[in-house]
Design a protein around this ligand. Structure first.
Ligand code: ZN
Length: 442
């Protein structure tokens, strides 16, 4: 059994009571938090960490992303959603090879660990490679193999629903429970009603939920009303997609009754504020959703529309977007945005015990280095973290009591090799390798 004692650390527990502890001790035993504050006298540590000047907080749960899309970071700039997809993303993804997915996921894993993320809900293709990266990196993840329902010959990698079902079975509970799997139908605007009904039945048979995009634009709502006589949320409900708790990314444009339906079905809405702002999509009505008792989590979306996987930035933008849009500085107050980025995401992803620092919970902890000018004075630790800290202030990250980042060094991944291999593959995908090499030589 590995026992770790973090001494004299400030602790932002992010529990519902907003408990903050100063100059406290934190004991980790066998992957779980053994004690917070007062440590039992008989606790024998194998490792003692000096926590002075640091803040311990729960690690982030990124509830909607496409990790391997790191390879198209910066490749689709300043375009409306349809042109962003048709002229850039689809062109690059047409050249996607199976092994690219692995290296894109490695690059994402390194970036996520370095910015304090401990778990991510991923939605992409050839997901076995992402699962292997999760296994190796030590992160947690809820993985969905994206499927459009267009028939194998038109899908990336010849995907079929049957193949995604095999993936769900193969990886459910793998890596000592760090990997969870769900089904990943793309969206109600791409998938046919017949296909979605089939997915819903399959999800019920498997006993898993779905991870899906919905209600991203008014045009999607108008088309759904015209074609199906229901809003995207109403349409998904009718087809049974929400019968098991689902992760619904975006949900910006909601009609009457949609919020109540999402609450009743125990769905999670994932706001991706950075992506929503960058693509000019609008703002998910988070305070209204919370008032309707919908679980709301935060996600980065893929780096082609963001362009990073920094969850601290998402939490900050989640607060700023509502304050700005509503002309209300009291909107999304206190540590609420941080709790959406941690415990709400953990709940959505099936890791309901995580996302809070409390005895008995999994030790998914980030230590933030606060010995920095922009983090003094320490009047309000939650405000400092939310509005003043940066991803670069992350010093140490542990998942289930295992260090993934220690003193700023990645412990499980070969970062130098990842940077080289991922970029080489990214250039190949968009056919710009030669140009880039020449640029380097100039
Ligand atoms: Zn997405």
């Amino acid at each position: 059994m590995t026992n770790i004692l973090i001494r004299s650390v400030d602790i932002l527990t992010l529990d519902d009571a907003g408990t903050v502890l100063r100059d406290a001790d934190l004991a980790v035993s066998d992957g779980r938090i053994a004690a917070v504050g007062r440590i039992p006298q008989d606790f024998r540590a194998n490792e003692v960490v000096d926590g002075r000047g640091k803040v311990a907080a729960p690690g982030f749960f990124n509830a909607h992303t496409h990790a391997p899309m790191t390879l198209v970071r910066g490749w689709a700039e300043d375009l409306p959603l349809d042109r962003w997809f048709n002229e850039r993303i689809w062109v690059a993804e047409s050249a996607l090879e199976e092994e690219d997915v692995r290296w894109g996921a490695y690059l994402a894993a390194a970036e996520m660990i370095r910015s304090g993320t401990v778990a991510f809900a991923d939605h992409y293709f050839w997901m076995d490679h992402v699962a292997e990266v999760v296994q190796e990196s030590g992160l947690k993840a809820t993985l969905a193999w994206c499927v459009f329902g267009l028939g194998a010959e038109q899908e990336i990698g010849g995907t079929t629903l049957a193949r995604t079902v095999e993936f769900v079975r193969r990886w459910q509970g793998a890596a000592n429970g760090r990997i969870r799997t769900v089904l990943g139908p793309h969206s109600p605007y791409v998938c046919s009603p017949e296909f979605l009904a089939q997915v819903a039945q399959t999800a019920a048979d498997l006993g898993v939920g779905c991870h899906i995009h919905a209600a991203e634009s008014q045009a999607q709502v108008d088309a759904s009303l015209a074609r199906h006589g229901a809003t995207p949320i109403g349409h998904l409900t009718r087809l049974g997609i929400l019968d098991r708790p689902a992760i619904v990314a975006h949900a910006i444009y909601l009609g009457p009754g949609d919020m109540e339906t999402l609450a009743e079905k125990r769905a999670t809405v994932v706001q991706c504020p950075n992506c929503h702002m960058k693509l000019g999509m609008g703002t998910t009505r988070v305070p209204d959703l919370l008032a309707a008792r919908v679980n709301v989590a935060l996600g980065t979306d893929g780096t082609a529309s963001n362009n990073n996987l920094d969850m601290l930035e998402e939490a900050r933008l989640a607060a700023l977007a509502q304050k700005h849009d509503r002309r209300d500085p009291e909107a999304m107050a206190g540590d609420l945005p941080l709790r959406l980025a941690t415990q709400a995401g953990a709940r959505a992803m099936g890791f309901a015990e995580s996302g809070v620092i409390a005895p008995g919970r999994p030790a998914d902890i980030v230590l933030w280095d606060c010995n920095r000018p922009h983090l003094r004075p320490r009047h309000n630790l939650a405000a400092n973290l939310l509005h003043a800290a940066r991803a670069g202030d992350v010093a140490d990250v542990m998942v289930d009591g295992r260090w993934l980042l220690r003193g700023g060094e990645l412990q499980t991944l070969d970062e130098e090799r990842i940077l080289w291999e991922a970029e080489r593959r990214a250039f190949r995908m968009v056919g710009s390798e030669l140009k880039q090499v020449r640029a380097y030589r100039l």
